[in-house]
Design a protein around this ligand. Structure first.
Ligand code: NDP
Length: 336
């Protein structure tokens, strides 16, 4: 059973060598009386929060990974053997599994995959946690209205590409930022953003935002934090909203960057609200009813970046923090 093991806690930027691939033996039978699931893992989801879990003494409250053990994370898997009455052999599910070929996991918190006319890998992204994140963060926290001005950072990524399109479907004016020309082109030509810019080429982010939002921003969907957030605060409209989804620019810093313009939260009466997708999973069925028709009718675009094989998973995960991924980063463990 090939596994991806976390070597030790990580400080600073993660490296491929923070993870090692090992081959171990696994007993492919469920222990007697166990109500767990034995899974064959098909697709694994590379998510930025995994870096937060690699830190020792995490204060985030979202848990920690264990050095010497395989990484845990979201994936799409096939049930090989089930000790739980809700699941049977050959069921397809998505949920928390481990970065290895076969896993023994608790059956709780798993989602059964009912719709298989769409690619299975989509359940790591548009039909899984990142899709729910975009949906809940934009609609539940951001509460967009037709005609409002929306800015999205990390706009071409797993969450960002969907936020932008959901906002366009709502009738908003939408601008995104991303880190390469290729991604900016995708934003404008594939995801239907009204405007997009490369934040790495803007010496003055405040001036860039003023260019695209002369009347200010109603909703900033926050994925990156740091300098982008600081510039956004200067450009928010009165009663603007900032759903705080993530702050990827801060996850690898031992000393987080200071934000100088926080007082604008008062001046503009901004509502800035952090959220965790796991508090919105009760909306999952409603979300599928919303998003599946959009996929089937070709009304939403979705871009994945596929890494083949567990041996390429450390590079795929680490690549999130230098923007190597174009779209949702997925690892294929096996196609069947
Ligand atoms: P992405 O697919 O967007 O991949 C990460 C991207 O972040 C990279 O491709 C890169 O794009 C950008 N990035 C990396 N480092 C920096 C940096 N220093 N400054 C600016 N941008 C950077 O990831 P996800 O869509 O999966 O996640 C997006 C955000 O949402 C993350 O912050 C994540 O933690 C958060 N999240 C939060 C959830 C919640 O429940 N609150 C759930 C899921 C995700 P580029 O080339 O454009 O720089």
């Amino acid at each position: 059973n090939k596994q991806v093991i976390l070597r030790d806690y990580v400080s600073g930027f993660p490296k491929e060598s923070d993870m090692i691939i090992v081959d171990s033996t696994i007993n492919l039978n469920l222990p007697q009386g166990s109500n767990e699931l034995l899974l064959k893992n098909l697709y694994l989801s590379c998510d930025p929060y995994l870096r937060i879990l690699m830190t020792k003494d995490t204060t985030s409250g979202i848990g920690a990974l264990t050095p010497g053990s395989p990484l845990t994370g979201l994936g799409v898997s096939k049930v090989v053997e089930s000790g739980h009455p809700d699941y049977k052999k050959d069921d397809l599910i998505w949920g928390m599994t481990k970065w290895e070929e076969y896993s023994l996991v608790p059956a709780t918190g798993m989602f059964k995959i009912e719709h298989t006319d769409v690619p299975l890998s989509y359940y790591t992204g548009i039909l899984g946690m990142p899709g729910m994140t975009a949906y809940a963060g934009l609609f539940e926290v951001g509460t967009p209205k037709k005609g409002e001005n929306v800015f999205v950072s990390a706009a071409s990524g797993a969450v960002g590409q969907l936020v932008g399109q959901f906002a366009k479907l709502t009738g908003c004016y939408v601008v995104g930022s991303a880190g390469t020309k290729e991604k900016v082109d995708l934003l404008k030509n594939k995801f239907g953003y009204d405007e997009a810019f490369n934040y790495k080429e803007e010496h003055d982010l405040n001036a860039a935002l003023k260019r695209y939002f002369p009347e200010g921003i109603d909703i900033y969907f926050e994925n990156v934090g740091g300098k982008t957030l600081d510039a956004v605060l200067l450009n928010m409209k009165v009663h603007g909203r900032i759903p705080v989804c993530g702050m990827i620019s801060q996850y690898n810093l031992t000393q987080p960057e200071g934000i100088t313009n926080l007082a604008h939260i008062i001046y503009k009466r901004i509502r800035m609200e952090g959220f965790g997708v796991f508090e919105y999973y009760h909306l999952y069925t409603k979300f599928l009813e919303f998003v599946l028709p959009l996929i089937r009718e070709g009304k939403i675009a979705y871009v994945e970046d596929i890494a083949e094989g567990l041996e390429n998973s450390p590079a795929a995960l680490v690549g999130l923090f230098s923007g190597q991924n174009v779209g949702k980063q997925v690892v294929v463990v096996t196609h069947e």
